[in-house]
Write a protein that binds this ligand. Structure first.
Ligand code: ZN
Ligand code: ZN
Ligand code: FE
Length: 747
């Protein structure tokens, strides 16, 4: 603003105020108009103007334009920026041999670089970042204090003379000097070694993606059997060699958040055998791909290019199987010693774990799967509520949301709270977010999942808040979509499909119909027919165990331990538990229906990551050239509507026995769900005079399903508008936002 005001010959001042930025500008009418226009249109990428007001005032005849001291008293300044990709100007300097920061991996300016991942406290200045132990040299100091310089008040500013460096560590051998270290790392990758590389919000494990043996070795050492790896490539053009990227995907891939974009693998790439896809993304039609986002990544690519090495690498969170990502050096060295051959370590500490974000495009637009680096902790949306509320999410894919000052701030992805480390991050994040806004638990109301056994629930109840609200899981899913769109009074029909969530009646929900609005409340009007689920939530790991309740209800005489089903012995023990009614819970979960169908089609081993069986079915359905058609009738039982899965499961059993094509059955299953959604929505929309269908829950990450749904609605119910999540995940990562609005509405 200072630069812009000077450029336009305006006088006055600019200052940080508790509610945002305040400006007093004097000058020619046209210059003032231009000032407002530029503020709105030409703001740097990192800037986000949520709201502005302009009013005329008397001139005070200032002689210059100045940056006034912040008049922040008692109250803290607004917001902390997410971590940003290195900007174009810094990149140019990075590769100019005569620039003092030539190939310096910590180059940054006010328009780019780390923020959230280096902040230790507020107000945001250097002393409160992980850069606080590096004293600025004369040159950096000058740039830092010159309002006309791009590095004016750039807190992490540094140069090779005064700042941190990268070094390589391999056993007891250390290679110092960033240039040497990065060159060494490039050579290691070229040789097929696995590297642990420190990034913005944690360590990555990295290897040459074209080297099949390296990728296999990484899988073995990481105990990661099947979950796909993400790739980093040098440029958009390189990404387009591997993936089909539409306009939305390109915009996401090149955006300043630089997320991992999930996109379909190009058939040419697959048949051309450019990459060992079977090792990188086994049984998958899409690939997670991202572009470099730190100066280090860019320099590393440059070094690889120079030595003629492959410039495609696997880049995956550094952890063992599903543990949280490593971000502290000592912890990384210890936990990753059996996985990485060498470490490329940066001296700048990471203040908190911030994982890569993951997005995809769907027929309904941009869809965020994991909202983290580049997005968090920025506000998601404005809210009409003034009272502060802290919502603590669910236990899987946990995020928390702080609603304060009429804004909803959703945290980075914290992870699964069954991991002790994730619980520690969860507590830290609560402390962080509250202290950012000068709040204590006593100042807020707390929203949490209704599940009495969730760790997030127990943690919530242990906090001395003014009030605690238990929010039903699937209502929170639906409300998260409405919150994103700031629709509080619109009457909608909502369908939530996911793996599991505590129901108001104490059963396991996961295939639910709702009607209502945030203001009037969401009422459950229907669900999938209950099925006895052996082991309850624990069944999520064993598709065969999930199948048991469905198949027993059919009372068929089929021997599932024989071909073509070949169920393992565990099936028989599940049946016994079912008959003895030991740890059996009624459930309406669609996630478990996916598991059951996957088991019938041959997925009889335990899953190695959440949602794996469903992803496999989606993969099969995607290959289908023909489709079997199945029925899911809608039945009125008392007050409730029920989707009856029995004809569907019975027909699938029969089709498997008749050795019908797997892919056709999988596609038919998806079609049956899409049609069930269509028919029930048409019915409910007419009955309750609604014209909006809201879809949420992890199942809707399934692109094949969404494609079929949108197609059916376009053809036979174009009057119904289809909504799903876009700003927060439709999986449990979005729960906290929905909880916040429902709690505030009832409070
Ligand atoms: Zn920059
Ligand atoms: Zn310096
Ligand atoms: Fe859920």
């Amino acid at each position: 603003m200072y630069r812009l005001a000077n450029h336009l010959g305006l006088v006055g001042w600019v200052s940080n105020a508790p509610i945002g930025v305040e400006i007093h500008a004097e000058g020619e009418e046209t210059a003032l108009e231009e000032f407002i226009r530029c503020l709105n249109n030409d703001a740097p990428e990192a800037a986000q103007i949520l709201h502005y007001e302009a009013q005329k005032t008397e001139p005070r005849w200032y002689s210059t334009f100045v940056i006034a001291e912040s008049f922040v008293e008692g109250k803290k300044e607004v917001g902390i920026s997410p971590d940003l990709v290195v900007c174009q100007e810094c990149l140019e300097e990075l590769f100019s041999p005569d620039n003092p920061r030539y190939r310096y991996p910590y180059i940054t300016c006010t328009n780019c670089g780390p923020r959230y991942s280096i902040v230790l406290g507020l107000p945001y200045d250097r002393a409160q970042t992980t850069m606080n132990t590096w004293q600025l040299c004369k040159r950096c100091e000058e740039e830092y204090h010159n309002p006309l310089n791009r590095r004016f008040h750039a807190q992490p500013v540094a140069c090779p003379e005064c700042g941190p460096e990268y070094y390589v560590r391999e056993g007891d051998t250390i290679v110092r000097g960033s240039h040497e270290a990065i060159r060494t790392a490039a050579n290691y990758l070229h040789e097929g070694k696995i590297l642990a590389i420190k990034g913005i919000g944690g360590y990555h494990l990295v290897c040459d993606a074209q080297n099949r043996a390296s990728v296999q070795m990484l899988r073995e050492r990481k105990f990661r059997k099947d979950k796909p790896f993400a790739l980093m490539v040098q440029s958009l053009e390189a990404a387009q060699n591997f993936c089909e990227l539409n306009e939305t995907a390109i915009a996401l891939l090149t955006s300043s958040a630089r997320p991992i974009v999930l996109a379909p693998i190009r058939s040419e790439a697959k048949s051309g055998q450019y990459l060992p896809f079977a090792e990188i993304a086994p049984k998958n039609t899409s690939l997670g791909i991202m572009l470099p986002y730190t100066p280090l990544h860019y320099v590393l690519f440059e070094e690889l290019r120079t030595i003629g090495a492959s410039t495609v690498f696997v880049m995956t969170s550094a952890n063992r199987s599903s543990e949280p990502i490593c971000y502290r050096d000592d912890d990384a060295l210890e936990r990753l010693s059996g996985i990485a051959d060498a470490f490329l370590i940066g001296e700048r500490p990471i203040a908190r774990r911030v994982e890569d974000s993951v997005v995809q495009t769907s027929p309904l637009g941009k869809m965020i799967i994991r909202r983290s680096r580049g997005y968090a902790p920025a506000n998601v949306v404005s809210l009409p509520f003034r009272e502060p509320c802290l919502a603590l999410g669910a236990d899987l894919k946990n995020t928390i949301t702080l609603a304060v000052e009429k804004q909803a701030f959703t945290s980075q992805f914290i992870g699964d709270l069954e991991q002790a480390e994730a619980v520690a991050s969860f507590r830290e994040t609560i402390r962080d977010m509250l202290s950012l806004y000068d709040l204590t638990p006593q100042d807020v109301v707390i929203a949490h999942d209704a599940h009495p056994g969730y760790i997030s629930t127990l943690e919530a109840l242990a906090l001395p808040a003014r009030h605690h609200y238990a929010i039903q899981h699937h209502k929170a899913h639906i409300a998260s979509v409405l919150a994103e769109r700031q629709e509080y009074s619109r009457q909608i029909v909502g369908i939530a499909f996911d793996g599991t969530g505590w129901g108001d009646d104490g059963t396991i929900w996961g295939g639910e119909m709702f009607v209502g609005s945030i203001e009037s409340g969401l009422e459950r009007v229907g669900h999938f027919r209950h099925v006895p689920l052996v082991g309850g939530d624990a069944a999520a790991r064993h598709p065969v165990q999930a199948t048991c309740g469905f198949l027993q209800a059919l009372q068929s005489n089929v021997d599932f331990s024989a071909a073509p089903f070949n169920f393992p012995d565990s099936y028989r023990s599940s049946v016994q538990l079912l008959h003895k009614n030991i740890r059996v819970f009624p459930s309406s979960s669609v996630g478990r229906l996916f598991d059951a169908v996957a088991a019938l089609l041959g997925f009889t081993r335990p899953v190695t990551f959440e949602g794996q069986a469903a992803m496999w079915l989606e993969y099969l359905a995607n290959q289908a050239t023909t489709t079997r058609s199945y029925q899911v009738p809608l039945i009125q039982t008392g007050e409730m509507l029920e989707w009856d899965w029995q004809p569907l499961v019975a027909d699938i059993v029969q089709d498997v026995q008749h050795r019908r094509e797997q892919s056709a059955i999988a596609a038919g299953f998806h079609q049956a769900l899409a049609l069930a959604i269509l028919e029930s929505s048409k019915h409910l929309c007419t009955l309750y005079k609604a014209n909006t269908l809201v879809l949420s829950g992890g199942v809707f990450q399934n692109i094949v399903l969404l494609r079929m749904i949108t197609e059916h609605f376009r053809q036979s119910a174009p009057q119904i508008e289809l909504w799903t999540n876009s700003l927060v995940p439709c999986n449990d990562g979005g729960i906290s936002l929905g909880q916040a609005v429902l709690a505030m509405q009832s409070g």
